[in-house]
Each structure stands twice: as C-alpha cells, then as structure tokens.
Design a binder for this molecule. Structure first.
Ligand code: GLN
Length: 283
C-alpha cells in the first residue's frame, strides 16, 4: 500500500471520529517514524510491511476511540515533545495560557541572575507539562513539580531528560505533603476541576483519561479549595498562586482566593474565549 492510499484508507475508517484526516497523518507519520511533510513529499512510496502493520493497529485503536496521544505515546506542548501515558492527563493547548500568564509575571531581573533563588512549584504535574515549559523558559529558576502518582512522577522525570531540562525536580507528593517546610515565589496548578457527574467525562478522549486527574467533587472545586486553603503557608510574601480551572469557574475561584485573603486577583480567558486561568497574590 502506498502512503496516499494508506491515508485514504485510514480517513475512511476514522470518519466517525473528531478529526479523521489529522489523526490519519499523525498516526502514519508516527508508524513510519517521519514528519508529516514526508507524507506529502512521497505520496507514492510503498509502506514496508512492519510500518503498515503498526499503522493498521494504530488506526484500529483510534477507531475504537483511544486518544492519539496514548497511541503514539507523545504530545507536543509549548516547545516540548512530552511522553504521555494513561496515568496522566494529555497536555492541552489551553494549559499554555497558564504558562504564558505565569511567565508574564516573572520579575524581569530574576531570570538574568545565574544564581536566582526564585522558585516555582507545580502541583499535580502529570506529564510535567507546566513545570517543564516554565523551566525551559526560565533556565535560572528552579521548578519543583509534584504529583501523588508515582507513575506520573516517573513520566515527568523522563520528559525532563528527553527535553534536556535540568532546572527541575519532580517528586511524589500529595499536594504539599512532602513539601512541608518549603516556600515558593509562585505556585501553579492545573488540578482536577470537573464536576463528578459531568457528562463531559463520557466524551471522546476524556473518557480514556484518569478520573483522578479530571474530577474534583460535586462542584469540581474540591481540590482548588484545598490548595487555596493550604497555599499561603507555602508562598513567600507577594507570592503568586495561579490556577487553570473550568470555563464556568472563574468567578468562584476568584471569590475563594479573595475570601482566603489573596489580592491582585485576575481571571484570564483561554484561546476559545472562556475563563480558564485565575491568579492571585498573597502578601
Ligand atoms: N481542561 C481539561 C478538559 O477540559 C480538564 C483538566 C482538568 O480537570 N484539569 O478536559
């Protein structure tokens, strides 16, 4: 089978899905271990039997609904290529908004100093996406990423190595449980925030992702509430707490921060125009 024929075959099989054409290209490029440009440059190249077999198996998994990121085992986030696994959430473009907003609030002199004591903590790091994106942009700042799952910590560590990022430490910790005496300039988190009974959990890729990374009580705010209640003890004076949250949770998260005594509270929209990130400072 030729490349163009293989793509056509896969698009037809995946046509009930969300993105047949994109998925077919990503899966074929992965099976052939080439980039997507190769597929357009060599449409008449015939697939060797091993690649064809790999591709057919991948398309079948996708047809049954499995996320592309779990099938090929990676996802691009920020400027990084991250290994993914069913133990963690698949990094999402919206989460880049959280990274951008934190980067905007880094004091300009901090990153110039080669021995900066400025520190950032990423709670519930999963693949390590947020911690690694920040660490890659801020080579003089040390980032700590924690996750309560050992498999996530191992994956995040692997992602640090794969991307050559050294100014980051990942450790297993249930929120701050292993960071008892530690204080940071910035605490950032994309915690679980979906309502336990949300129908969204039954949709597309989401139903393959770990519930523990998605849901957070009846109103989806259980973990955010907890983090806000314990963060002050872990923030230095003027420290920033920054969350990703649900499209309908901006006001509620702002209010929780305000009630807990945070100031300079702001809610920022994602690329789809939905409230997605709320930040506040602790003085
Ligand atoms: N943003 C994710 C989604 O919409 C949810 C991730 C989370 O709960 N942190 O699927």
């Amino acid at each position: 089978m030729r490349i163009d024929e293989a793509l056509k075959w896969a698009v037809a099989l995946l046509k009930g899905g969300e993105s047949p054409s994109v998925d077919a290209k990503v899966l074929l490029a992965n099976a052939l271990n080439v980039n997507q440009t190769y597929l357009f440059t060599w449409p008449d190249k015939v697939l060797d039997s091993q690649s064809l077999h790999t591709f057919q198996k991948a398309v079948e998994r996708r047809r049954l609904g499995e996320p592309v990121a779990y099938i090929i085992g990676e996802r691009d986030f920020w400027t990084l290529k991250l290994a993914t696994s069913p133990h963690t959430l698949i990094p999402r473009p919206d989460t880049e908004v959280l990274v951008e907003q934190v980067l905007k609030r880094i004091p300009s002199d901090v990153n110039d100093q080669s021995t900066s004591s400025f520190s950032i903590c990423d709670l519930g790091t999963g693949t390590g996406a947020i911690a690694l994106a920040l660490a890659s942009e801020l080579p003089h700042i040390h980032v700590t990423g924690v996750d309560f799952k050992a498999q996530a910590v191992a994956l995040a560590k692997q992602n640090a190595v794969n991307n050559g990022i050294e100014n980051v430490t990942f450790l297993q910790s249930d929120w701050f449980s292993e960071l008892k005496a530690k204080q940071f300039n910035i605490i950032v988190s994309n915690p679980p925030y979906i309502e336990d009974s949300s129908d969204y959990l039954l949709e597309g890729d989401v139903k393959f992702e770990p519930r523990s990374a998605l849901t957070s009580g009846e109103d989806g705010l259980r973990d955010i509430r907890h983090i806000i209640s314990v963060s002050q003890a872990h923030l230095l004076t003027g420290g920033l707490l920054a969350f990703e949250h649900g499209f309908n949770q901006g006001a509620a998260v702002g209010e929780l921060l305000s009630k807990a005594g945070f100031s300079d509270i702001e809610t920022i929209k994602d690329y789809g125009g939905n409230d997605r990130v709320t930040l506040g400072r602790c003085y």
